[in-house]
Design a protein around this ligand. Structure first.
Ligand code: FAD
Length: 393
């Protein structure tokens, strides 16, 4: 039939065919364009629910908003600052009580946080963030020389074999020959209550919602009217023990005293105690006990003051502002920063998968690692979003 068509009719057919192809093509490209728009809107406006409002949760919130400024973000916590474990810490930068966290991961997170503290300090935000750059002296009885892996992250690290004349400046009760080795360096103390207050201002300006609620399990989220597509970030600290059933996580009790001592500008530590200056107060510590007791113990109080006074005698007269107790969230296999899929919400075809990113178990170093670990969380989220877009396309 087609061969018999006159040239005119044949031309008409070609035109119709071209028109038809154009319409189909434009429909496809419109569809493709809309799909891309939808996906990039989802990218720009993801929804995050952060469980836990301590230093780890708030650091995640700030870093997620830096990456996704249009995101909607909720933070759920049983307590917020100044009533979290993070508020108890003096906030001296230093990896401590971290279970079996790999040195590579720890180094990355700790260094990232140190660099961030340095940036805040250099940009004139030290006071509002509770940052002080302080010299630290640590003394040991052991003979062998110790150079910790983090020596090149802090400033001016030195290891010293101590001769009696080098410890003469210390309180007389220590005796001149007690210490064989010492290290000194310069790093940051970061008062968590101030830093969390700073974060809270940033988050409130982004209309982040803070919700006070206690979770008994992740299933409780279904009752809190959370969008089932939201990405959940678990920063529950010790609370992760029962909320996600992590038997590796346990408390290591720390008791400290916050005192008024204006003349202390160095941080000192030995095997028994530590002295850490903050912006307005000095923190004297501390204990490291397997215990869940959250009330101050008078014996600990006495020992802390006696040991610290042996190093800096004027601390004997320092006015006690408060005793504070916190339970460090120590995880035997180390800090947990990883993503998993959980099935909490009902979807059209049965249970729907939600993304859950864990970030807990920071032991005695939550302030030291929080910013770096939050960066890792952002990286995991970014990778997942990237891969889900690729698979949808
Ligand atoms: C005495 C002491 C001194 C320390 N000194 C230092 C230091 O100098 N440097 C340093 O880096 N680190 C230090 N640490 C460690 C540091 O304090 C912790 O690693 C850090 O606070 C952990 O932060 P987080 O946000 O994970 O936990 P948290 O601060 O405990 O926050 C957990 C959040 O989760 C919420 N939550 C928990 N369970 C539930 C639940 N079931 N339902 C709802 N919400 C829940 C809590 O209410 C809270 O909002 C010290 C700790 C102690 C105790």
């Amino acid at each position: 039939m087609c061969d018999k068509l006159s040239p005119v009719r044949n031309g008409q057919l070609t035109q119709t065919h071209t028109l038809y192809s154009r319409i189909v093509l434009s429909c496809i490209s419109e569809l493709f364009f809309r799909m891309q728009q939808h996906l990039s809107a989802n990218m720009k406006q993801p929804e995050f629910v952060i469980l836990g409002g301590g230093i780890v949760g708030l650091s995640c919130a700030v870093r997620l908003l830096e990456k996704y400024p249009e995101a909607s973000l909720h933070i759920i916590g049983e307590h917020f600052s100044p009533h979290t474990t993070s508020d108890v810490a003096a906030g001296l930068w230093g990896p401590y009580a971290l279970g079996n966290t790999s040195e590579t991961a720890c180094r990355k997170w700790a260094k990232d946080t140190h660099t961030y503290m340095h940036q805040l300090w250099r940009s004139g935000q030290a006071e509002q963030c509770g940052l002080c750059l302080v010299p630290v002296v640590e003394l040991f009885r052991a003979e062998e020389e110790t150079t910790p892996w983090w020596h090149d992250i802090v400033f001016g690290f030195q290891s010293h074999r101590l001769q009696p004349e080098r410890t003469e400046f210390l309180g007389h009760k220590l005796g001149q020959n007690m210490y064989r080795m010492g290290i000194s360096y310069i790093t940051f103390t970061c008062e968590p209550t101030r830093l969390m207050n700073h974060y809270r201002k940033i988050l409130s300006a982004h209309k982040v919602q803070f919700r006070t609620a206690r979770l008994e399990s992740l299933r409780c989220l279904t009752k809190l009217k959370i969008n089932s597509n939201a990405i959940i970030i678990n920063c529950l600290g010790l609370g992760a023990h029962h909320v996600v059933g992590d038997a590796e996580l346990g408390p290591i009790r720390g008791q400290v005293q916050k005192v008024n001592a204006e003349g202390v500008f160095h941080s000192f530590a030995n095997d028994e105690c530590y002295i850490i200056p903050n912006t307005d107060t000095v923190t004297l510590g501390g204990t490291k006990q397997k215990s869940t007791r959250t009330s101050p113990c008078p014996v600990d109080r006495y020992m802390i003051r006696t040991n610290c006074t042996a190093i800096v005698p004027s601390l004997g007269e320092a006015r006690l502002l408060k005793d504070a107790v916190g339970l460090r969230p120590v995880r035997s296999s180390g800090v947990r920063v990883e993503m998993e899929k959980v099935y909490l919400f009902d979807g059209k075809h049965g249970k729907q998968a939600s993304l859950l990113v864990h970030n807990y178990g920071h032991g005695g170093a939550g302030i030291t690692l929080a910013w770096g670990c939050a960066g890792e969380v952002v990286h995991l989220v970014e990778r997942e979003m990237g891969s889900s877009i690729e698979s949808k396309l």
